[in-house]
Unconditional design. Structure first.
Length: 516
């Protein structure tokens, strides 16, 4: 065979590999409103940047007639490319090939790109669209999953890992996305669950659809397994690109800085009036965030889950920051099990990848009740406490209004190594609010008064004057400065610039024992 004939053969094999499971299955994929694996990669990565690996790999199974069902690439497309010129590694499961089911060789392909990503220090993006383990391969398929999970674990905190669920993801397959940093799902075409509706019906007698059991709405609102829900795959791929712009390549680098077109010293007069006179009246924390970050741009994470706390990425003077903020508009901004878990994992991600934390505080306490106590709110609240206390990245905290009791402590207080802690004049930093405190401290005086109602009101006012203000905390140095609300953007940016060279190291240890 001549060289030209060999080149021609190579081109034919490449064309065959690119067809995956064949045109009929590709058409079926399109009919479901889904892209193929290669189409997803082409949309996600910079044009012409994709370098594919292992295009000619085939599975090795001969059981159950599998020797007659061989496809080049074996159900997953792997390789590397760039997003906005920055290197990423990627694997995209190909549902047109045996339902995207995971075989031994498919797992080896995925493991190879993950190993390469760790070696060079670049993020991994996994696009999941698979029917699960390839049953015909038995334990070899299970071993393949475990190999992937082991790499997810070792890569955690070293390189960012992002999972896109663009189709089925069931059984053992769900653990890889669960181990990664961020997971997004498409509405109507993706689902995740450990056991499907048929097994649920058999074991529990419960009738449930795939969507009700593990659809995007379930995992972004009820379970918190997924961070983002998108209407379609185009939106999902665009979101991954946007998310990546806030992240560094690895844990030894910083996120890329962008030129800031928003004046650093921009005053926001609306903030001087945003806190209602009535302490029980809510306001929207998103208005505060939008007023202080660059150009009002904020990428919210976990937006539909535990809405009493807000987390997400923004930029301050072009620098990527993680924002954590209580939301008075939802459950009065109270902390509970879900809010604590949500914020704690985000804080730990930012700390692992050198992203400074800006915390905006307005928290009345932890949600009371047997439901919370029986659910372990103590342990879950301790996760957030632990995450802030462990974090060594720059931490700037601004207390806007309420900051009471244990919830004051867990929201990046000075004693948890908050670097710069500011407060607005409206801040109330105390063990509890005036209502509860007056009844405890002055119970006897109120009881003996001629007019108990008037006495209670007077004692509340007295307590407020003494304790429910930022100056008592500032007197002890727990608050570094009381700032004018409209000047918050400038003060936070200046604090972050001051902290750019911060160096802080935790005690040497094999690993910590986070309260799980």
């Amino acid at each position: 065979m001549s060289q030209l004939e060999k080149v021609k053969e190579l081109m034919e094999l490449r064309a065959k590999a690119r067809l995956g499971g064949g045109q009929k299955r590709i058409d079926s994929q399109h009919d479901k409103g889904k892209y193929t694996a290669r189409e997803r990669i082409a949309i996600l990565l910079d044009e012409g940047s994709f370098e594919e690996f292992d295009m000619f790999v085939e599975h090795r199974s001969t059981n159950f007639g599998m020797d007659k069902q061989k496809f080049l690439g074996d159900g997953v497309v792997t390789g590397c490319g760039t997003i906005d010129g920055r290197l990423v590694y990627i694997f995209a499961q190909d549902f047109t090939v045996i339902g995207g089911s995971l075989s031994e060789t498919m797992a080896l392909k995925i493991c190879k790109v993950m190993d390469m990503a760790m070696k060079v220090g670049a993020p991994v993006i996994g696009i999941n669209d698979s029917g699960g383990a390839r049953i015909q391969e038995g334990v070899n398929a299970l071993a393949g999953y475990a190999e992937i999970f082991q790499r997810n674990i070792l890569a955690s905190g070293v390189i960012p890992q992002i999972s896109g669920i663009f189709g089925p993801c069931a059984g053992g397959a769900v653990y890889s996305p669960a181990l990664t940093d961020f997971t997004l799902m498409t509405e109507g075409t993706s689902y995740m669950f450990l056991t499907g509706p048929k097994v649920v019906k058999t074991v529990t007698g419960e009738d449930v659809t795939q969507e009700e059991l593990g659809g995007a709405s379930v995992h972004t609102t009820k379970s918190g397994v997924a961070h983002f829900s998108v209407a379609n795959e185009d939106d999902g791929l665009a979101l991954i690109r946007h998310l990546y712009s806030f992240l560094p390549q690895n844990n030894m680098e910083e996120a890329p800085r962008k030129e800031c077109t928003d004046p650093i010293a921009r005053m926001e007069d609306s903030l001087n009036e945003i806190i209602p006179d009535n302490p029980n009246k809510p306001y929207d924390m998103f208005e505060v965030i939008g007023a202080v970050v660059d150009n009002g741009e904020f990428l919210e994470v976990h937006g539909n889950y535990a809405k009493n706390i807000i987390i997400g990425f923004a930029r301050m003077n072009g620098q990527s920051v993680g924002v954590v903020a209580n939301q008075p508009k939802y459950l009065a901004g109270v902390l509970d099990i879900n809010a604590s878990r949500k914020a704690a994992r985000f804080v730990r991600f930012c700390d692992a990848f050198n992203i400074p934390l800006v915390t905006l505080v307005d928290v009345p306490g932890f949600l009371p009740g047997t439901g919370q106590e029986y659910g372990g709110v103590i342990t879950h609240g301790a996760k957030l406490l632990y995450a802030y206390g462990e974090a060594t990245v720059p931490k700037v905290t601004v207390t806007l209004r309420k900051s009471y009791g244990g919830s004051h402590i867990v929201m990046s207080c000075k004693q948890l190594r908050g670097d710069i802690n500011y407060a607005w004049p409206t801040a109330e930093i105390a063990v509890m609010g005036a209502d509860g405190a007056a009844e405890v401290l002055y119970a006897k005086d109120i009881k003996e008064a001629e007019n108990p109602a008037e006495a209670l009101a007077a004692k509340k006012a007295e307590y407020n004057k003494l304790f429910c203000n930022p100056f008592n905390a500032a007197r002890y140095g727990y608050i570094d400065d009381v700032i004018e609300p409209r000047n918050t953007r400038f003060r936070v940016i200046r604090a972050l610039e001051q902290l750019r060279t911060k160096k802080q190291v935790n005690p040497a240890k094999k690993h910590d024992n986070l309260p799980l």
